[in-house]
Design a protein around this ligand. Structure first.
Ligand code: ATP
Ligand code: MG
Length: 412
């Protein structure tokens, strides 16, 4: 269906002719052949990046040099971006970076890609070009390295994680035996990669609709311990239950929630994990909420939960509830207590979702007006009253709190 996209037709027409050719490449071809949604359409071309930019300019199409040295020009049509990349060949690889040169040979370009399912092209007239025997693998949903798996991993160690990520997304049955063996043998090389590349690939793996099987195979191959040693004690056994709960309750796949399910909520260790993987500030904060949120008691009253919400915020508690609910559902069959707890978690989760933080009716100016001298005492007094107000389930209004403030100020 994406072939009838007039913007794509225009891009391909721009590249084709006068000794040039453009083809849709990689993920877009793979997904459309598998009947899956296509996120972004990448295009490969025999033309040099400067020529792509020139042709775009002449046709009045916006061209952004997103990675000229890598050969990528992004063409924007109707607000839709198309990454157009010149065919490449590897000149030298060291496991972390590849030195590439531009080329004009489709076979060479295909063979430097990682997996057979990722190396198909589609021409402007809708033909699929398979130079690496990828079509049978698309058909059988086999995730397989192009050429010798061990050699391909030696060229770029990140391909170990890509193997498991694409298996999580598109693989069926067991992973390709040769690829799995090669990944297991090369697992130590993951240490040589930058934390950013490792996390970016791991995050995509964790965000797959169901990464459970891939994680099991990663553990079996010894790869998981290399990437996430923190999962060793806690484990990935919580993941299948979480996936089930996600489906049952319509939660979106969330890489960080899945990560949280696999690691203990220990603040120091999560901090170390966040630093090691160089998580973004926002990602690290999510893990911190998870570590800081108190555990949910099996018989927690709703009023007590509101106090937890006020003190801890909804983020960490929501994670706790989701994971507790998932675990309790898994144990729930034949265990009435676990089932009751799952019910409680579900109710509290709904409460957390619509919760709005009540605003404390007093502020520093009130404390000063009551005669407390400016300084640290103001915050301390305010804190005492706020805590009492929370403990009283937010019932006291401003008048009552002011009276209490007068009392406190008089006491000194
Ligand atoms: P997604 O839907 O996740 O974007 P994709 O197939 O587009 O899937 P990308 O990581 O965006 O994957 O890479 C685009 C293409 O570039 C891949 O399909 C593959 O052909 C090639 N490629 C990407 N990374 C590598 C790598 N490390 N080694 C070899 N080829 C790679
Ligand atoms: Mg892509």
């Amino acid at each position: 269906a994406w072939f009838s996209d007039p913007a794509l037709v225009r891009v391909l027409a721009l590249l084709n002719g006068d000794g040039g050719e453009g083809r849709v490449a990689g993920g877009a071809v793979r997904n459309s052949l598998m009947g899956l949604p296509v996120a972004d359409v990448d295009i490969a071309t025999t033309l040099r990046p400067e020529t792509v930019a020139e042709r775009a300019k002449a046709a009045g199409i916006k061209a952004v040099p997103t990675g000229i040295e890598h050969g990528t020009v992004t063409l924007v049509i109707d607000g839709k971006p198309f990454e157009v990349t010149t065919l490449r060949r590897d000149v030298a690889t060291n496991g972390r970076h590849a030195e590439v040169a531009f080329g004009t040979d489709w076979q060479t370009d295909a063979e430097r890609r990682d997996l057979t399912i990722n190396a198909l092209y589609a021409t402007a007239d809708g033909r699929v070009i398979d130079l690496v025997n990828g079509l049978p693998d698309i058909e059988s949903r086999t995730v397989r390295f192009i050429g010798d798996a061990t050699m391909r991993i030696a060229e770029d160690h990140l391909r170990i994680l890509r193997f498991f990520r694409f298996f999580a997304l598109y693989g069926s049955g067991r992973p390709d035996a040769e690829g799995l063996k090669a990944c297991a043998r090369a697992k130590d090389t993951l240490k040589k990669l930058s934390a950013e590349r490792v996390w970016s690939e791991t995050k995509k793996l964790l965000a797959a609709p169901d990464p459970g099987r891939a994680l099991l195979w990663m553990r079996q191959a010894g790869v998981l311990t290399e990437v996430l040693p923190e999962t060793e004690k806690w484990g990935i056994d919580a993941v299948p239950g979480l996936i089930e709960a996600e489906k049952a309750f319509g939660w979106k796949p969330d890489a960080l929630l899945r990560l949280a399910a696999m690691v203990p909520p220990d603040r120091d260790r999560l901090k170390a994990l966040a630093e090691r993987l160089r998580l973004s500030k926002a990602e690290a904060a999510v893990l911190d909420y998870w570590a800081a949120a108190p555990e949910i008691a099996p018989k927690l009253a709703e009023t007590a939960f509101d106090r937890l919400l006020y003190r801890n915020g909804p983020q960490g508690l929501t994670m706790r509830l989701k994971l507790a609910l998932a675990a309790a559902r898994t144990r729930g069959l034949g265990d009435p207590e676990a089932l009751a707890f799952a019910g409680l978690c579900q109710r509290l989760l709904a409460r957390a979702e619509k919760w709005q933080k009540p605003s404390f009716p007093l502020n520093g100016a009130d404390v000063l007006a009551a005669g407390v001298p400016a300084g640290p005492k103001v915050g301390a007094v305010l804190g005492v009253i706020e805590e009492e107000w929370v403990a009283g389930n937010f019932r006291d209004g401003r008048a009552k709190l002011l009276a209490r403030l007068e009392g406190l100020a008089r006491e000194g």
